[in-house]
Design a protein around this ligand. Structure first.
Ligand code: ATP
Ligand code: MG
Length: 198
């Protein structure tokens, strides 16, 4: 059996939205990957210092709802199981040990790629995997130097939506219809998420 080829789109997913799903789907198609996993950060330490991040269990359920029956995408709870502060270095080391036969492709939006130098390991962990950078409206992709030297750029449909905007819209009582899958919208409504604008 050929080695599974697995894309990893890491993020806070607070909440997941169409930008995430389109990027994941189009990278999967372009590279012919078996799956792209949404890897939900347990404690995104750079964000949790600034705002109250929704509990990881809730974000996992939002991601499962976002994917629904899509067989090309999946949710990986490895970071939540590991607990504590999330770093890509620790996640990749764990995944490699758990699935030694898999080939991993790390997918980064342009803004996330630009922040790689702020990671605790400066992005050194990316030297051992393939990296794909996707453009994102309003974010310039970093120059391909250092650890991102060999990163491949893949064009995806540009959607100018962010989780921050969705949280702000809910807090302001505005609609988020069509920015997130209907199942995510229902879950946000049902659980009263984001209303207080934290
Ligand atoms: P927040 O506003 O809370 O930071 P976000 O929309 O940026 O949320 P994240 O969970 O931070 O979502 O992003 C996870 C990954 O998905 C990152 O690599 C990010 O660059 C990428 N991403 C998010 N939104 C888009 C988008 N609209 N187009 C392309 N990539 C995206
Ligand atoms: Mg972000």
């Amino acid at each position: 059996m050929p080695a599974p080829r697995v894309g990893l789109l890491g993020g806070t997913f607070d909440p997941p939205h169409l930008g995430h799903l389109l990027a994941a789907t189009e990278v999967r198609e372009t590279l012919g990957l078996d799956t792209v996993r949404l890897v939900v950060a347990n404690d995104p330490w750079q964000k949790s210092a600034e705002r109250r991040v929704t509990p990881a269990g809730t974000r996992l359920r939002l991601c499962a709802a976002a994917i629904g029956g899509d067989t090309g995408l999946s949710v990986d709870d490895v970071e939540v199981r590991l607990g504590g502060e999330t770093t890509t270095a620790r996640t990749l080391a764990h995944l490699r040990a758990r699935e030694p036969a898999s080939e991993f492709v790390v997918v980064l939006g342009a803004d996330a790629a630009a922040r790689v130098p702020t990671w605790r390991d400066g992005g050194a962990c990316l030297a051992e995997v393939r990296v794909v950078i996707v453009d994102r409206p309003g974010s310039a992709a970093p120059d391909p130097d250092g650890v991102l030297r060999d990163a491949r750029r893949i064009e995806v449909t540009q959607v100018g939506v962010s989780s921050t905007e969705i949280r702000h819209r809910v807090a302001a009582g505005r609609s988020i219809a069509y920015l997130v899958p209907a199942a995510v919208h229902r879950l946000i409504d049902r659980e009263g998420l984001y209303r207080t604008g934290s």
